[in-house]
Design a protein around this ligand. Structure first.
Ligand SMILES: NC(=O)c1ccc[n+]([C@@H]2O[C@H](COP(=O)([O-])OP(=O)(O)OC[C@H]3O[C@@H](n4cnc5c(N)ncnc54)[C@H](OP(=O)(O)O)[C@@H]3O)[C@@H](O)[C@H]2O)c1
Length: 268
């Protein structure tokens, strides 16, 4: 099985490294392209994989094509490869935000086998949570193959496409939202006298330990909040302050804004 990557930036590079590290794929099974042949060669040499001088040639040689270009570049790429995809059994994986299956099929034909995948940046350490949504012409075996591929890179969830935007908001965007939370705690500690590096190291340990505890003990958020909020104590003062300042409504707004933007991009 040959896997072709159109676009080899942050995401595709992390996927390629993860697939090779997990031995799901050998370097000989991977081909990539970037915006120019020179850049493709340089990146391929660095990763120890093959490159194609153009996207059409790459598609001809691949069984699975992973589209790793930015959403703005996707229409041009889809137009470029459409004739190679039509009437073929090739599987096209899109990781682009704002492009639903119908929109991709409008370029590649209604019969094209499209799987939309939303990984997150944690894929770089094979800890992604990836949402998968398939067009309705996939066989069980084909679905299994794509699922197994992304399981090498973390956890996967198959979703109805209507739920994809919500998944994107809480999983695709989660690294950024979480980093903002960590940054807020870190800089609040700096304001109170701790050096930045020390404050960030402490915050990271506290946050990752909390996540482990919640998973290990299968605690809900409110189970944990109740456990650490002693009556009349310090934690409940902070919790009440966050409530007063609209911490939870801000997260609702952020998720809603992300969903709205994704829906707008799908309509363009
Ligand atoms: N980053 C995230 O956290 C994240 C999460 C989920 C999904 N995604 C999605 O993943 C996709 C890629 O994001 P990214 O962060 O990896 O972007 P990126 O680092 O900017 O990589 C984009 C790649 O596309 C290449 N490219 C541009 N035009 C091309 C063309 N005509 N033919 C072939 N390759 C071309 C670029 O090559 P050059 O370097 O030569 O310009 C670059 O290698 C996006 O659709 C994004 O929405 C990203």
């Amino acid at each position: 099985m040959q896997i072709g990557f159109i676009g080899a930036g942050n995401m595709s590079t992390a996927i390629i490294k993860g697939l090779i590290d997990s031995r799901f794929t050998s370097p000989e099974q991977v081909t990539l392209t970037k915006s120019t042949a020179e850049r493709s060669k340089a990146q391929a040499d660095q990763l120890g994989v093959a490159f194609s001088s153009n996207n059409t040639e790459l598609v001809q040689q691949a069984d699975i094509i992973i589209l790793g270009v930015k959403p703005q570049k996707l229409p041009d790429v889809l137009n470029e490869i459409a004739s190679e995809i039509k009437d073929s059994k090739k599987i096209v994986v899109s990781i682009a935000a704002g492009f639903n299956i119908t929109k991709i099929q409008s370029f590649l034909g209604d019969e094209a086998k499209i799987v939309r995948v939303m990984p997150n940046m944690n894929i770089a350490i094979r800890r992604s949570v990836s949402g998968l949504s398939f067009s309705d012409n996939f066989s069980v075996e084909e679905k299994q193959l794509v699922s197994e591929l992304f399981e090498q890179l973390g956890v996967t969830y198959e979703l109805a496409e209507k739920d994809f935007v919500t998944f994107t908001a809480i999983a695709g965007c989660s690294p950024a939202f979480t980093a903002m939370y960590i940054d807020g705690l870190t800089r609040a500690a700096v304001k109170n006298g701790l050096p930045y590096e020390l404050a960030q190291a402490i915050t990271l340990e506290a946050v990752s330990g909390t996540l482990e505890l919640m998973k290990d003990k299968t605690l809900s958020s409110w189970d944990l909040i109740n456990q650490v909020s002693s009556p009349g104590g310090t934690t409940i003062e902070g919790v009440a302050s966050l409530e007063n300042d609209g911490f939870i409504p801000s997260l609702f707004h952020a998720v809603d804004a992300t969903i709205k933007k994704d829906q707008e991009m799908s309509k363009e």
